[in-house]
Design a protein around this ligand. Structure first.
Ligand SMILES: NC(=O)c1ccc[n+]([C@@H]2O[C@H](COP(=O)([O-])OP(=O)(O)OC[C@H]3O[C@@H](n4cnc5c(N)ncnc54)[C@H](O)[C@@H]3O)[C@@H](O)[C@H]2O)c1
Ligand SMILES: O=C(O)C[C@H](O)C(=O)O
Length: 358
């Protein structure tokens, strides 16, 4: 009799667990499944993706679900998270996946998170600059960062939404206003520039891109993307033509993809790869691993600008050390001046967006 009752209870639980969720109100059914699986969850970090149903968000969700350092994965968007969550949650990896839909669920999505990755916002179409996205994405980033300040002020934030040169400043201002700003924990994601630089340089050198390391400094738009080809590892020399070709291709890699996609969006797959790589480095740092170094657009004293991308060392506190530029050649010094000029305006635009609302 006892065994019979136990079996019935197990079946009832299983039926509840499998009940489909059609709710666009927040996917309660998805949450139930998450809770159910959480009991067997692996130890690790709690990660949220904001904009998880988008072109970057979906493959990034997949990549974070297979990251063994992730124990809980929260997927937040203003559309379609129940479906994405149900889909990703069937992968037999350790992370427990939970979906959150719409502004009313932002706080629940963020509570307790160690790392928040933000690819929310509109992408470019041919003919647009990243700055053309400011009008829409500035407000999105502001709202999401207000949520972070409230629900997980100690989380590390990986900001992908464009224009990164302005959105990082927006995020910093929101956090300052809330009294939660920790400069070490706000990281603009420029990893795709490094991935492209490694790929294009490897093509020219005729080597495996995994053997190449190109520091890319400055920011994340056009001339602000400054590859330091004089510091490539392994040490390599380039002709003036190769330098001009590589610099131009790296600076315009995003536009190359936008044009090839012909109006359907910008880089999503390579970006999800780059974001997952960067997030993994942040988690390795959080875990206490030594010597984790990535390029990132951060609060910086390397130049006179308040934010600048250089190599940073990632640790338990976030970007624990911001490295100097190192020796530049004449070509790079000229590039640096151009980059700084454009960056100054983009950063100020982000700062003004928040300060002028006060
Ligand atoms: N940093 C980089 O290197 C880099 C590279 C590629 C793309 N991007 C940028 O990433 C952003 C996203 O690109 P995508 O191709 O994934 O775009 P997408 O349109 O495919 O996806 C964006 C997602 O954001 C969601 N969203 C919109 N408003 C939101 C809000 N308030 N809260 C939560 N989610 C919201 C949308 O519903 C959508 O699912 C763009 O701004 C793009 O320019 C940056
Ligand atoms: O180019 C874009 O608009 C997207 C992104 O910033 C990229 O570099 O691919």
């Amino acid at each position: 009799m006892e065994a019979h009752v136990g079996a019935n209870q197990r079946i009832a639980r299983l039926v509840a667990h499998l009940r489909p969720s059609n709710s666009q109100e927040g996917g309660d059914g998805v949450l139930e499944r998450g809770e159910c699986r959480a009991k067997g969850g692996a130890p690790g970090f709690k990660v949220a993706i904001l904009g998880a149903a988008g072109g970057i968000g979906q493959p990034l969700a997949l990549l974070m679900k297979i990251n063994p350092l992730v124990s809980v994965l929260h997927l937040y968007d203003v559309v379609n998270t129940p479906g994405v969550t149900a889909d990703v949650s069937h992968m037999d990896t350790g992370a427990v996946v939970r979906g959150f839909l719409g502004q009313a669920q932002l706080e629940s999505a963020l509570t307790g998170m160690d790392l928040v990755i933000i690819p929310a916002g509109v992408p470019r179409k041919p003919g647009m600059t990243r700055d053309d996205l400011f009008k829409i994405n500035a407000g999105i980033v502001k709202t999401l960062c207000e949520g972070i300040a409230k629900a997980c002020p100690n989380a590390i934030v990986n900001l992908i939404s464009n224009p990164v040169n302005s959105t990082v400043a927006i995020a910093a201002e929101v956090f300052k206003k809330a009294g939660t700003y920790d400069p070490k924990k706000l990281l603009g994601v420029t990893t795709l520039d490094v991935a492209r630089a490694n790929t294009f340089v490897a093509e020219v050198l005729g080597v495996d891109p995994r053997e190449v390391d190109v520091p890319v400094v400055g920011g994340h738009a056009g001339v602000t993307i400054l590859p330091l080809l004089s510091q490539v590892k392994p040490p390599s020399s380039f002709t003036a033509e190769e330098t001009a070709y590589l610099t131009d291709r790296i600076q315009n890699g995003g536009t190359e993809v936008v044009e090839a996609k012909a109006g359907t969006g910008s880089a999503t797959l390579s970006m999800a790869y780059a974001a997952a790589k960067f997030a993994n480095s942040c988690l390795r740092g959080l875990k206490g691993e030594a010597g984790v170094v990535e390029c990132s657009f951060v609060d910086s004293q390397v130049t006179e600008l308040p934010f600048f991308a250089t190599k940073v060392r990632l640790g338990r506190a976030g970007a624990e050390e911001v490295y100097q530029l190192g020796p530049l050649n004449e070509y790079e010094r000229i590039g640096l001046e151009k980059a700084k000029k454009e960056l100054a305006g983009s950063i100020q635009k982000g700062i003004d967006f928040i300060r002028n609302q006060a």
